[in-house]
Design a protein around this ligand. Structure first.
Ligand code: ACM
Ligand code: ZN
Length: 760
């Protein structure tokens, strides 16, 4: 004790002498870069702030419990010498106080002689410590504080607006290494996210070891890819315990998701008797929704689920278990004698009520073990299972209904929270604008307890995941911690971006492979009618995007590279290529914009249908704007229409000789997007009498095709054909065929352009 006090005294003397001599320049800290924005921050710029000369005497660290080791490691890696003391006059004091209400609430006071973090729980102290970390200069992350740091005098009182702030990580479609999962937990906790919703069972892989059913991981964790290779992996119980311990120290709760009754093909592949047909099947090797699901008519299936949940409950300390419940087609149940008998015996109305019945069965079983369940919003369809919380993903209707029914709701609608969606669909600004409590959900008896970002991994193997999660999840972290009073205030997003601008430097140092926050550049095209030159303009999304653009013809001839916002001349078909950097990071990233140069460009066009409001293709001229769609059907260039034929008339403004017509269609049968059944091309000189010049029949429209691709249809050479008006009729494929998961549902047509190639 004496020694510690003595050393503390000696250190104080050093501080004074250092300051008077100004020998070393300490790193200047700030409250300007804290994300999420604390609730109350008061800065006293005129007062002399806190200075550490490279040492830090800490007391009360025991109150942080097992999180102190992390904080100590961090300070030491920052270059600081840490001394522990029992004195409440130390430089960094942690205190537990019953006066503070809320288990994550903390106060952080910086004065000339001391930094004090107070909370009522170790969790609250940990949240306060993450704030302190973000106040200490970024260079600390790479050991840059050996000469000390300075903080202004400040008083922060902070607490979360929502208690549930999570990220769903799908480790099934793609397996993620345990170290990667830990790193994700670390990066969530830095941003005060407190839930890892760990998606562990799927059609394409079962990832959690279950002792009583070893085939779940011997068989169910491995799939044979379409190229014949084997893909998979699973988490042993030992590994899971390690990951949980890691999360506990960072005050992140892991909520496991074990899907019932759908998304269970990997389990059925392991034990075929779990399904209605009992037929052998393979672990799925493509994406989508599959109709072979657990058979709730079968008592053995229920016993299986109970055993699985026994082991899951033993493994995971969380009081919550996510039981899935989404996307469970009922076709097998409809023709299963056991399921039909169950419906009859239990007095259920139909298969939807059978779904509620099986989830209630699991829910009751788990309630008996002291656990509550969460399910996706489909669990509302046969009546809300007793005691279940609802996670609303198909918009916010499920959230509103859940609140009205009196239960807890987690909001993660596809409109704002799906990180597997491309930036063209969901960018950071969109996420930041999210309101988890729309007016209709603002009055109980239930309530929205928080939200999650969902990182589904069909198209995201591990190496792509971080760049999709960050920085977008940071936007949601702020929405959920700071609350919409802060995030929806005038100018809030600009202020957030200013903080993020500094914060990404920290992320870069600690090795977060953060991606873009928005579509980095957009291209506009304008036609100069006088000389028929098309001008492309590349506009960066903000000043943080730097780079150049050029045009490359289909023969590979390249124009000069130009700075963004300078017009690029186009007189033939090819693509505009933009090369970009992002916030000082060289991404070696290019964005390509294919362009078709043709005789129909920007001619008057009328559509005999209303395109989907979600897939307009970019306005009136979408089909004659020169823009060719990419492999992402949500890129804004593709125009989509469900269940209808497309009828289009283009006025070329004068009679011209036509060589051929060409149209691309998106094909992605799993997403209900089919090629057309037929195309008819007609021309007219006067816009009244048309003659049919080409009919293209697609005999293979309902051939099963597993690709996600673009297919081209061409009228063929139309030598001698001329006309001013062009009429195109594209016939929709019709309802999804019998073999499709969505049999009888209307199919989509996706088209990007009607290319009118004039004769030379
Ligand atoms: C989901 O995205 N199927 C919950
Ligand atoms: Zn059945």
């Amino acid at each position: 004790m004496m020694n510690k006090l003595l050393s503390f005294f000696a250190i104080s003397v050093v501080i004074v002498s250092c300051r008077s001599k100004h020998e070393h320049k300490p790193q200047m800290g700030s409250v300007d870069n804290i994300i999420p924005q604390p609730q109350l921050v008061e800065v006293f710029p005129d007062q002399i702030g806190f200075y550490s000369d490279g040492t830090l005497v800490v007391s009360g660290s025991d109150f942080m419990s097992n999180s102190w080791d992390l904080a100590k490691d961090w300070f030491e890696n920052a270059g600081l010498h840490i001394y522990q003391s029992d004195s409440d006059k130390s430089q960094l004091l942690f205190t537990l106080s019953d006066e503070i209400k809320g288990d994550e609430t903390y106060s952080l006071k910086v004065a000339e002689d001391q930094i004090q973090i107070s909370a009522s729980t170790p969790k609250g102290l940990y949240r306060g410590w993450t704030t302190l970390r973000l106040m200490i200069p970024v260079t600390a992350e790479s050991g840059g504080c050996s000469n000390g740091f300075y903080l202004p005098v400040v008083s922060i009182d902070d607490f979360p607006d929502f208690e549930h702030r999570g990220l769903l990580l799908d480790c099934c479609r793609h397996f993620m290494e345990p170290d990667f999962v830990k790193k994700m937990i670390d990066n969530l906790s830095i941003h005060k996210m407190n839930v890892l919703h760990w998606h562990l069972t799927e059609d394409q892989g079962w990832r959690v070891e279950i002792d009583s059913y070893p085939r779940l991981t011997e068989v169910g964790a491995w799939r044979t890819e379409t190229d014949g290779s084997t893909y998979g992996g699973f988490y042993s119980k030992e590994t899971i315990k390690e990951i949980i311990e890691y999360a506990v120290a960072r005050h992140v709760e892991i909520i496991p998701e074990i899907e019932v009754p759908g998304h269970s093909q990997a389990a059925l592949a392991s034990y075929p008797w779990l399904g209605c047909t009992g037929e052998e099947m393979l672990v799925a090797n493509k994406w989508g929704v599959f109709k072979d699901i657990y058979c709730p008519g079968n008592d053995s299936t229920l016993r299986f689920l109970e055993s699985v949940f026994d082991e899951v409950c033993e493994l995971f300390p969380s009081t919550k278990i996510h039981i899935g419940g989404d996307e469970a087609p009922k076709v097998r149940w409809a023709s299963c004698d056991k399921c039909q008998k169950r419906i009859k015996d239990e007095g259920l109305a139909d298969e939807n009520e059978l779904q509620t019945w099986v989830i209630e069965h699991v829910g009751e079983y788990l309630a008996y073990k002291g656990k509550t369940i969460i399910g996706w919003d489909e669990i509302l369809e046969g009546g809300l299972p007793e005691g279940a919380a609802v996670q609303s993903w198909r918009g916010m209707d499920g959230a509103i209904e859940g609140v009205h029914l009196g239960t807890d709701v987690i909001a993660s609608p596809t409109s704002h929270c799906y990180l597997d969606y491309p930036l063209s669909n969901t960018d950071l600004e969109e996420i930041y604008s999210f309101n988890p409590i729309p007016e209709e959900a603002s009055h109980g008896p239930g309530r929205v307890i928080g939200g999650e970002c969902n990182m589904w991994s069909e198209r995201a193997p591990q190496h792509l995941v971080e760049s999709k999660v960050f920085p977008r999840a940071i936007g949601l972290a702020e929405v959920l911690w700071s609350g919409t009073d802060i995030t929806l205030a005038e100018g809030a997003y600009d202020r957030f971006i200013k903080r993020l601008d500094v914060h990404v430097n920290r992320l870069g140092i600690i090795g977060v492979d953060y991606g873009l926050e928005s579509v980095p550049v957009s291209m506009s095209l304008t036609l100069d009618e006088g000389d028929d030159i098309l001008y492309a303009n590349i506009t960066p999304a903000g000043s943080y995007i730097k780079g150049t653009a050029k045009f490359v013809t289909i023969d590979g001839v390249e124009s000069e590279s130009k700075s963004f916002n300078l017009p690029i001349e186009i007189t033939e078909t090819g693509e505009v290529v933009a090369t970009i950097n992002y916030r000082g990071r060289v991404l070696e990233r290019t964005e390509n914009f294919p362009v078709s140069y043709h005789a129909g460009l920007y001619k008057e066009i009328s559509l005999g249908y209303e395109p989907s409001q979600y897939y307009t293709g970019g306005g009136n001229y979408a089909l004659v704007d020169g823009k060719i769609g990419s492999m992402d059907f949500r890129d804004g260039v593709w125009q989509g229409k469900q269940g209808e034929d497309l009828r289009v008339v283009i006025d070329l403004s004068e009679i011209i000789e036509i060589d051929n017509f060409s149209m691309n269609f998106y094909l992605y049968q799993d997403a209900w997007i089919f090629a057309p059944r037929s195309l008819k091309f007609m021309v007219s000189d006067n816009g009244e009498e048309y003659s049919k010049v080409s009919v293209v029949e697609n005999e293979e429209v309902f051939e099963k095709d597993e690709r996600q691709t673009i297919i081209n249809f061409n009228s063929g050479s139309l030598k001698g054909v001329s006309g001013r008006y062009v009429k195109v009729v594209v016939e929709n494929a019709g309802p999804c065929p019998y073999w499709h998961a969505a049999a009888t549902e209307p199919t989509w047509l996706f088209v990007d352009e009607i290319v009118v190639n004039a004769a030379d």
